[in-house]
Design a binder for this molecule. Sequence first.
Ligand code: ANZ
Length: 844
Amino acid sequence: MERYNFKEIEVKWQKFWEKEKTFSAKVDRDKKKFYCLEMFPYPSGKIHMGHVRNYTIGDVLARYKSLQGYNVLHPMGWDSFGMPAENAARQNNLDPKTWTESNIAKMKSQLKRLGLSIDWSREISTCSPQYFKHQQQFFLELYDKGLVYRKEEYVNWDPVDQTVLANEQVIDGKGWRSGAIVERKKLSQWFFNIKKFSENLLENLNTLDKWPNKVKIMQKNWIGKSFGCEVGFKIESEKNISEIKCFTTRPDTLFGLSFLALSVDHPLAKYYEEDKEFINFKKKCSTTGTTEESIANAEKIGFKTDLTAINPLNENIKVPVYFANFVLMDYGLGAVFGCPAHDQRDLDFAKKYSLEINTVVTPNLDDLNFQVKDEAYTGPGYIFNSSFLNGLKCPEDSIEKTIKYLEENKLGEKKINFRLKDWGISRQRYWGCPIPIIYDEKNNPIKIPDEMLPVELPAIEKLDPSGNPLDKANNWKNITINNKKYIRETDTLDTFVDSSWYFLRFCSPENNEYGFDIDDVNYWMPVDQYIGGVEHAILHLLYSRFFMQALSFKNEKFNIVEPFEGLFTQGMVCHETYKDHENNWVSPEEIETINGKKYLINDQSREIKVGPSESMSKSKKNTIDPEKIISNYGADSVRLFILSDSPPEKDVQWSEEGIISSFKFIQKLWNLNLKFTQQIQQNHNDDDDRELDKYTNIFLKKVTENLDNFSYNKIVANLHEMYSSLFKQIDKKYTKKTLINNFEKILIAINPIIPHFSSECMRLLKSEKMSWPKYDKNQLIDDKIKIVIQINGKKRGLIETNRNISEQELTNIINNNEILKKYLDKQTFKRKIFIKNKLMNIII
Ligand code: ANZ
């Protein structure tokens, strides 16, 4: 039979779709819309299997919705600012812009080869001035709204990359890229006031019904709402200090108090600034980094002050006051009271400095001798050793009652705290969006006038290996406006800012005045389905949610506050890992299989050790290049394979056999198509039966349901079933009309999965109908039923027949049935008991 020539066919369709602008979304406000968005890629220059999976999943949905008659927006863009371009520029003396643009061109052609239904007319790139001009406008808009500010702040400083790192870029106290030990350094930084929206960001999670629960939980924890109170401690001191306030979630453990601890950045540190020992201590603390994780893991160290604190619940209990490295200045009040028995950090600290450990919660009221030694007790129980608090159930009653007592006696106040910190957006980088601010001679920040936007990056001949190149670009940095001299801000924006609003830009990519047109946004937003990796569950999604809050703040026209109505997080693409005899990673391409064993291609005496399957990564060399796979097997085979086997939210195992079998399956479908064509040419007058209609109807139901539930892997299984059933059916006689009608529906149903194949078959069928076929619910009931036949009450047979058969018709069938005839033996029927569609009992 004639083979399916995927190479020609796929490219032909891709060109056709592009030429016809098949997937261009129209802002047709009378039509119902569907905004389908996959997280946009960083243009590294090569797509990887993660992209293939992400974009295939999104494409299936976009095509499906489009066939259902929605006006679909399915755009693509490039998250094109960031470190790799800058690193490439430093290492190879390239221009980051040229490097980035050529990568975009390469990746775009690779994505096109996947046959994605993307509206390329809306393509955006965050490093282009047409894009970041509006980002600079937003920055200034937020500045006017009081949502942007500058402050001196300790930052995570990467001494190798010479830059500030976000907390999430610090892993185990080291820079995520350089691996250098991160230091604390005080710098003047720009911040977005995301904290202001903590309550909204938390509350709105309840409205996101189409988000995975795990993501909502991660966001909730990140926002971290804590209920507690602020407690005042009287201080005995020769200095002019009378009180220290601490935030606590456990006021009920106050009788277990054995010390107070302050952050080294606490305002009271000013009394010790001259003290050499304190200076040294502070230095030591600065090597801990600023993330909660690194602080939690670091050894607890303290500096003992000459202050004494008094327990507010009992004036006779007096304890020392320390500065300690585990207290953060930007949480609560930068001061904590230490209760070693019920907090592990406090216990570690108390042991180190030989402080008291007073147990005040017992798991069991019978056990009043309970004493904490090596491990803090944080579980439930009852308060004891605590005077008037004794016997309170902990935590249900004890916390609330203690807060009430503290409030009544003016010793403390109820307080809610959020873990979420303001978003530090300054980066000491070249390849990012310039911050549109200048400073006058007194170092006052001033907004760049709107008509001077965008602030573009200066071209730089050679990027220095360290530091921020913009600091050294004097011609650019010094600027005169109306004969007055200014200096430009040389920090650029965190690239997370670029991706926090790109989904808005897709709604009006051409608008030169503003980042978007409000009517367009009101039509398209929110994104109906957002698809991406779970690694962005916290920051990217939270920042995007913040951006919507910030834009809608003090803006009555803008009132869509949640950007993503539906969220889908797809699983990883995994592959076996391989190592050679020296434990070096080996890539699948360097291996050949001989007699079932794997060897190095260039040295067949060396056997390869096969390791577990892990998510594809360059470091483990277990990646497969999509480009090669597409050119060997075609885009439809790749799409089919990447959707098969596992549900889209789970990991999928890449295998050579898998992709080959997808490829072969498409060939089989082609044969089925040829068979249909032959049968159509037969031009039969009548249908043998209605089996084909019925089968198509059931197939449509399954595919529709599986598309609606993101069970794309099940659709692949449905396709296989369909193939085997139809191949049997097709030899019967069917009229041309029946054949075309059914095959057309099937081809449309498989279009979202294997669009090139489907489009080609439709073309051959001369079919132009392109709307999602509805299935007939009434036809789903099977017409054939089985009726039990009894003779004198004993089961003697089972007859398969049409539903609703009459008593007389059934009697005729029984009389002609070879097996039953034997039992009946020409005897006369005394009586018949007939239960429609179920049973016939013949009494003889
Ligand atoms: C006394 C106490 C006793 C505490 C006890 C816990 C257990 P969450 O739930 O995360 O909000 N804390 C307060 N401010 C802090 C700061 N700036 N740096 C480091 N730790 C700080 O945690 C609140 C608890 O974290 C507070 O409750 C406080 O320690 C500590 F048995 O107060 B607790």
